[in-house]
Design a protein around this ligand. Sequence first.
Ligand SMILES: [Zn+2]
Length: 199
Amino acid sequence: MSGFEGAIQDLIDELGALPGIGPKSAQRLAFHLLGEKEGQSERLIAAIQTVKTSVHFCSICGNVTEGETCGICADSRRDISVICVVEEAKDINAIEKTRVYRGVYHVLGGVIDPLSGVGADQLRMRELFARLADGTVKEVVIATNPTVEGEATASYIARSVTPMGIEATRLASGLPVGGDLEYADEITLGRALEGRRSL
Ligand SMILES: [Zn+2]
């Protein structure tokens, strides 16, 4: 959809390229930003610049952080004998909201998806296995999304960690198949965590 020219269309195109924003929303946002006088545009620009310069990934788990390690890895009250493996950093937020889980996390950065050319080497899988090497971790909770790729990735991790004497568990059923953790409600996700089963 186009019809405008120059800068306003460039802004519509950029906004429309964001996930979850359709052409109509992009146009509405662009005109909102163009017309607003409360400094919102400037704050948005500053927030984007700050996030791009000061936020990076935790050196241990891959979560987003402004420090060397994220708040969860730095928290001595967390149980470091349990690692919950998630696809993306945003999934940590979904699980934290359930208040059920007290272990730590590991962000893979995606899932194994041969059709898209993503194998284990393209993910933070080596970093995961390195964290399991010293014998501290007793359980790996695999919380990849309940999709075909998420299940295949879960099987791969389970096959790799079980011979190391580490229990691999998967969230209980009840999560919508083909869905995304971030859209599961807190109660369903909390129950799926509590009812996790051994793989
Ligand atoms: Zn971390």
